[in-house]
Design a protein around this ligand. Structure first.
Ligand code: DGL
Length: 277
């Protein structure tokens, strides 16, 4: 048993989509979340920049004595999971792509036309395709970057025609031309526009990797005997820029759950120093 919190991080709001599932499955667990809202989006930045941001946040969470770190961000998982594990071999660090790739390979067959959507960095890495094909080389996979989705979601422009236009701009042709029947939401922000996508393309099967990641998180906690047996304090949400939208989204997630949350703004200048860089 281990009552220390679990650290989660993302470039902003996206990683929050994993949290309600975890709270339902394991209500005794406590979360420390870091949203790098001052520097979002990550997906259009160079790999080296993304890696440096991820190192800083991992060091910050490690200094908070977390028992596990969940990279609730496909972009970071795709570009620097191995670097983060090498930097902190003392803490289990989980990404979101591996579990999702296994599920896609399990539920899809050679007749399916699978579309992976994500940020530019995730698509550029080719990691989704590589990992899915490792499990099942006969699958048909097409990838497409949708760089305006994250900034719109961070602005709270979700149930709005601007978001629908943006979705159509990236997906109309991609889906029609490649005859896509299964769409993988390869960015943790995208479950927030799942309803828009389903309305625009009814009949499309959607795979949400955050749901798959939950199975991996709960499994790892159990296998390593890291489950909590008593709740230890509030869930804490740090943001490098404590924006209205960030607070509003978290309040929406926690409304009616009975859990209390604490918000903390975080000055990037104070971030744990990057020894060894
Ligand atoms: N939510 C993230 C992901 O899963 C990051 C998106 C971004 O900052 O561009 O890729």
């Amino acid at each position: 048993m281990d009552n220390r919190p679990i650290g989660f991080f993302d470039s902003g709001l996206g990683g929050l989509t994993c949290i309600p599932h975890l709270m339902e499955a394991m209500p005794l667990e406590r979360i420390i979340y870091f949203g790098d809202t001052a520097r979002t989006p990550y997906g259009s930045k160079a790999t080296r920049t993304i890696r440096n941001f991820a190192f800083e946040i991992t060091d910050f969470l490690a200094a908070k004595d977390v028992k596990m770190i969940v990279i609730a961000c496909n972009t970071v998982s795709a570009t620097c999971l191995a670097d983060l594990r090498a930097r902190r071999p003392d803490i289990p660090i989980l990404g979101v792509i591996g579990p999702a790739a296994r599920t896609v390979a399990r539920v899809c067959g050679a007749d399916n036309r699978i579309g992976i959507i994500g940020t530019k960095a995730t698509v550029r890495s080719g990691v989704y395709k590589e990992q899915i094909l490792k499990h099942n080389p006969s699958l048909n996979i097409f990838e497409h970057a949708c760089p305006t989705f994250v900034p719109l979601i961070e602005e709270g422009i979700i149930r709005h025609e601007i978001m629908d236009l943006s979705i159509r701009y990236y997906l109309d042709q991609f889906i029609a031309y490649n005859h896509i029947d299964t769409l993988v939401l390869g960015c943790t922000h995208y479950p927030l526009i799942r309803t828009n996508i389903m309305k625009l393309y009814p009949g499309l099967s959607i795979v949400d990797p955050s749901e798959e990641a939950l199975v991996r998180i709960t499994g790892t906690l159990r296998d390593r005997d890291l489950c909590a047996d008593a709740p230890a304090g509030d869930h804490t949400f740090y943001a490098s820029d404590l924006s209205e939208n960030f607070v509003e989204m978290i309040n929406r997630i926690f409304r009616n759950t009975g859990f209390t949350v604490a918000f903390k703004s975080f000055d990037l200048e104070d971030i744990v120093s990057r020894d060894g860089d």
